[in-house]
Design a protein around this ligand. Structure first.
Ligand code: DON
Length: 557
């Protein structure tokens, strides 16, 4: 495609965002950005499969959604292949790793206190990026198109620019003071932005070109690696050539469960997402939660008690299973779930223990991103990727045009001290060289009678798991449409702090009072989670929806 044609195309696209699309059989893509969604659809229309489209969308998001869409970060991809010669469910783990020179107490001062911002901002906050290696692995093994065809979209968009939407303009403007610490960031993203401005990213285009030409060596070796390591040297960071050279994605078994006859496929460690989702569903299966309505006090109470128990176990037992023993079978067994909820009492709120003080949600962000893809041939891909916080560690690699992650904050800096999502943890998630930090990302597939039913996932830090849970429960138990199941107000409990975090409009005054009398503390919070999902009907038609809370789009044909 020549550049003039591309700009014309982009102008048309900019004014035609769709958050909902339905009854399509050819293919469906739902992502956080309309342009990225259209890249995926174009790839499927050209004959690419869902994996080709996912990789195209991933690289496109790296350009149009710099808050989260990443080559400086990591993620998880769940793949369901339905080729006549190859039918499988698998997952690709391209989570960032702790650098070789990292160590357990690296964020503590001499008195053993956590040093403010060290795990969230600047070089020391960054884990070794995994996205490029992971996406290319997926493309080479399960895709059908070649790297250059797929990368062409993102190279062109970075090179010729795209028109920014309101969400990105607002985000860029509100982070200017943090960007100022980093010359590389100011060079690319310094200034005042408004909706409709064209953002050109030449340095990023060159980085993507190197990846297009040389594959993983275009990122983990040569010029891009030089720029990353140079930045580290200039700013007391620790990611080395050896770290980059050694980074490998890992293909892992998916985590499996069932819920009221549906099959659930999700991400295993180093994510806590799949285990926690199945554990939650296993508890809820013991109750008729459809009876009283999704927003009733009864429903919220039982779901809260399930969440409390699951997040308590998350904090103690979950971490990178390559380093620690995660009791996956037990945590996902129906028997264990039942034993954990046995002490639940309907007439009284449960009680979580006390936790160290702090304001865990001060840095609330919604800047991981999830995309869902179905290619009309029965192949499904569900991807959640992240650089953790909005714009990651806020540091663009000088001359390379992309943000590094601040994923190191997903480790436990100190037992009991909450991370930016208020999550606490222990030994299982302590920092160790080359270990992957525990994640909550929950890219998920649901099957009904063996046939694809739902492709889903969300950003939202620790609230990802409960967001995906509510999407599933709203569909299966409360008979909502896909759109309703995603747009409905949500709530969340994560053991500590001991509070039900609740989006406005979820509960009536009466139900709020009922819960308060039982001893629950309800805390109103702003919207969380941004689901991008696809529902596949029995007749093979598809519906896609992009959460009302974001600026994304779902498109099918
Ligand atoms: O992997 C995780 O669980 C986090 N780094 C995800 C962060 C996230 O969802 C940010 N957006 N709210």
């Amino acid at each position: 495609m020549n550049k003039r044609k591309l700009i014309l195309l982009l102008s048309i696209l900019f004014f035609s965002c769709n958050s909902y699309s339905h009854y399509d059989r050819g293919g469906m893509v739902s992502s956080a950005n309309d342009l990225a969604t259209r890249v995926g659809i174009d790839i499927i229309k050209k004959g690419g499969n869902a994996v080709d489209a996912a990789v195209g969308v991933g690289f496109a998001l790296a350009v149009v959604y710099p808050q989260a869409g990443n080559i400086g970060g990591g993620g998880f991809m769940i793949i369901h292949l339905n080729n006549p010669d190859l039918k499988l469910n698998t997952s690709i783990d391209y989570r960032e790793k702790a650098p070789l020179s990292s160590f357990k107490d690296m964020y503590l001062d001499d008195s053993g206190n956590v040093i403010d911002e060290l795990s969230t901002t600047g070089s020391l906050a960054a884990g070794v990026p995994g996205s490029v290696a992971g996406m290319l692995y997926a493309l080479e093994k399960y895709g059908t198109m070649n790297r250059k065809e797929i990368l062409e979209y993102s190279v062109n968009i970075a090179d010729t620019g795209f028109f920014i939407e309101e969400g990105l303009a607002d985000a860029l403007n509100s982070y200017q003071s943090e960007f100022m610490q980093f010359p590389g960031t100011m060079n690319t993203f310094g200034g005042k932005f408004k909706t409709g401005d064209r953002l050109v990213q030449k340095e990023l285009a060159n980085t993507l070109r190197r990846i297009s030409e040389k594959g993983r060596d275009g990122f983990y070796r040569g010029e891009t690696a030089d720029k990353i390591v140079q930045l580290m040297k200039n700013t007391d960071g620790i990611i080395s050539y050896e770290d980059l050279e050694r980074y490998q994605p890992v293909e892992r078994d998916v985590i499996k469960g069932t819920y009221r006859g549906y099959d659930i496929i999700s991400m295993g460690p180093p994510s806590s997402g799949g285990i926690s989702l199945i554990y939650l569903l296993n508890i809820l299966e013991n109750y008729d939660i459809s009876k009283s309505g999704y927003n009733s006090s009864e429903n919220i109470q039982i779901m809260t008690e399930a969440m409390r128990r699951v997040y308590a176990d998350r904090s103690e037992f979950m971490g990178d299973a390559d380093f620690v023993n995660v009791p996956i079978d037990k945590l996902t067994s129906k028997k264990y779930a039942l034993s954990r909820i046995k002490d639940f009492k309907i007439d009284k709120a449960g009680n979580s223990s006390e936790i160290n003080p702090g304001n865990p949600f001060a840095n609330e962000s919604e800047e991981t991103t999830h995309y869902s893809i179905a290619d009309g041939k029965g192949n499904l891909v569900s991807v959640t990727t992240t650089i953790n916080d909005v714009f990651g560690n806020k540091q663009v690699v000088d001359g390379a045009g992309f943000f590094l992650n601040n994923e190191m904050d997903d480790f436990v800096s100190k037992p009991g001290v909450p991370n930016i999502y208020g999550l606490v943890g222990n030994e299982a998630n302590a920092i160790q060289p080359e270990k992957r930090m525990l994640s909550s990302m929950t890219p998920t597939l649901v099957f009904k009678n063996g046939k694809p039913f739902l492709v889903t996932g969300s950003p939202g830090g620790g609230r990802i798991i409960t967001t995906v849970l509510q999407n599933i429960v709203n569909l299966i138990d409360h008979n909502m449409t896909l759109k309703e199941s995603i747009d409905a107000p949500r709530f969340h409990h994560q053991w500590l702090p001991d509070e039900i975090q609740i989006e406005k409009r979820l509960v009536s005054k009466e139900d709020d009072e009922k819960l308060t009398v039982l001893g629950y503390y309800l805390k109103g919070i702003s919207d969380f989670g941004r689901v991008n999902a696809i529902l596949i009907n029995e007749d093979g038609t598809m519906e896609g929806h992009s959460d009302r809370r974001g600026y994304g789009s779902a498109i099918g044909f």
